[in-house]
Design a binder for this molecule. Structure first.
Ligand code: DQA
Length: 147
């Protein structure tokens, strides 16, 4: 049976393609999801792709993941830089977490350099646009096979 990956996207990522295309590119979240579904089937992974603009809903999803998913991929959007609640939720779960960002957050404003998610994530991929999600799936497959 395929192992299951939950991909959580945070606030404003529903606007990808229209939102600051110079920073985030022209690709929509639906197109990124489509590519992830294809990569997942090559890797024999099952993925569920979600987006929320609400911090509490993301906390709920992280808490519930343990029962239904083997690994999490998270782009927490702006909550990356502000949310102790998301950090605590990740610390409180045994499900491994991979952090993703489309942009290279370290080349941007100072306030984006710090990530609460990184404190508890297995690793972080940033700066590769939508392709970063596919890289995260490869990393997820490797973690699930080799730890
Ligand atoms: C982002 C980077 C964050 O700083 C920003 O708030 C986002 C998107 C990224 O994918 O590059 O919403 O997480």
């Amino acid at each position: 049976m395929s192992q299951k990956v939950l991909v959580i996207n945070g606030p404003n990522l529903n606007l990808l393609g229209k939102r600051e295309p110079d920073v985030y590119g022209a690709e929509s979240l639906a197109s990124i999801e489509d590519k992830c579904q294809k990569r997942a089937s090559v890797l024999d992974l099952e993925i569920e792709f979600r987006q929320s603009n609400t911090e509490g809903e993301m906390v709920d999803w992280i808490q519930q993941a343990e029962d239904n998913f083997d690994i999490l991929i998270i782009n927490a959007g702006a909550y990356t830089h502000t949310s102790v609640a998301l950090l605590d939720a990740i610390k409180g779960t045994t499900t491994p977490v991979i952090e993703v960002h489309l942009s290279n957050i370290h080349q941007r404003e100072e306030f984006r350099h710090h990530s609460f998610i990184s404190k508890a994530a297995k690793g972080m991929i940033c700066g590769f646009g939508g392709f970063g999600y596919e890289m995260a799936l490869d990393a997820a497959s490797n973690i699930l096979k080799n730890g």
